[in-house]
Design a protein. Structure first.
Lengths: 197, 171
């Protein structure tokens, strides 16, 4: 009887070849890197726009101004140049109907503060065409410095969700108030600026 | 009557001569919708989600198509117009991201993942095939050496019960 019992067959099992260590490490590395990219992207999308209390020093920008506009004799304006002043940063576009609704109010508020020189209004034209933008500025008689958001770098830095959006920065460049959508009255804009003084 | 015919002929000739330079001028600078759309379809609307510029019907897209037309009329090339859009609205307006920097991931990661998947599948199939061959060999070996073990479990249990019963009887 015992003669018929087969010998231990497990010893005859061919050794299984696993994936090489370098391939395993590379594979896991790629997977983790991709997951991280997706996670960071989702996290950034979930954050929404820059909120009150955010420092703007990390995303300083230089805005080239449209022809016919200047700031202190220069055809561009840098955020760092505006330290020590209250800044009203308005994102707009010609194709944006609510932007047209607040255009007069913005200009009126600017006219209110311009003589003092303590408050600076900056218009950032978001993904627009220059001929239409210039026509729009002329139509609404907008005189405060305006320029195109080249490569959408400024709007990306502020992570704007749409237009119009207006950011009120204090003298240290810290965002103190964010207005999503158009202003209803000039007094609303003046009220916010006064709260920062 | 003859004078009238000559006058009509002169008027017609003058009209034709006057019209010729105008039609030639229009023909030189005329940019067709097809030419505009050929570039527009290579670009995406910067403010809409995944909408090519040639089929986008928003006011902004109409402005951008008009801008393409203006640039073409000014003699800009397709590459110059695309670069203008990238400079103004960012690389995201391109239907194909430029092959540099972070964008390279778009071109390299998917083929690498597909390649890894193919290797894994190939190895897995090979492994399964190896296991099946080995199991077949096992069965053949067992059948050759111990044919009794090929009985199913219930038969074996019955056999063992019967064996134990017979053993008790002999005691």
């Amino acid at each position: 009887m015992t003669e018929n019992i087969p010998e231990n067959t497990s010893s005859e099992t061919p050794p299984k070849k696993g994936m090489p260590l370098w391939a395993q490490i590379t594979g896991w590395g790629v997977m983790i890197a991709l997951l991280l990219i997706v996670f960071v992207g989702l996290q950034r999308a979930r954050e929404g726009n820059v909120q009150a209390g955010a420092e703007t020093a990390s995303f300083d920008f230089t805005l080239p101004l449209f022809e016919g506009y200047e700031y202190e004799g220069k055809d561009e304006v840098s955020l760092t140049d505006l330290r020590g002043k209250i800044v009203v940063l308005n994102f707009w576009a010609t194709w944006c109907v609510p932007c047209q609704q607040e255009a007069d109010e913005m200009e009126e508020a600017w006219q209110h503060y311009q003589p003092d020189g303590d408050v600076v209004f900056i218009g950032v034209d978001y993904v627009d065409t220059e001929p239409e933008a210039l026509a729009y500025l002329e139509e609404y008689g907008i005189t405060y410095p305006n320029g195109p958001d080249m490569g959408t770098e400024i709007s990306q830095a502020f992570r704007i969700q749409g237009v119009p959006e207006t950011y009120f920065l204090d003298r240290d460049g810290v965002v103190q108030y964010v207005q999503k959508g158009p202003f209803a009255t000039t007094q609303q804009i003046i009220g916010i600026v006064e709260s920062l003084k | 009557m003859k004078k009238l015919n000559i006058l009509i002929l002169l008027i017609i000739l003058t009209s034709l001569l006057a019209a010729l330079p105008v039609s030639a001028q229009e023909g030189d600078n005329e940019v067709t919708d097809d030419e505009v759309n050929a570039i527009a379809r290579e670009l995406f609307c910067p403010v809409c989600e995944n909408t090519p510029l040639d089929v986008c019907e928003t006011q902004a897209c109409k402005q951008w198509r008009e801008l393409i037309r203006t640039k073409l009329e000014e003699g800009w090339t397709e590459e110059e117009i695309k670069q203008y859009f990238v400079d103004n609205y960012g690389a995201r307006v391109l239907s194909e991201p430029p092959k540099k920097g972070f964008n390279l991931l778009v071109y390299f990661v998917p083929p690498i993942i597909i390649l890894i998947g193919v290797v894994i599948l190939f190895r897995a199939f090979k492994e399964w095939q190896g296991d099946n061959d080995y199991e077949d060999e096992d069965i053949e070996t067992l059948e050759a050496t111990e044919p009794e073990t090929s009985e199913n479990d219930s038969d074996a249990n019955d056999y063992m019960a019967q064996f134990e019963e017979e053993l008790k009887k002999t005691k």
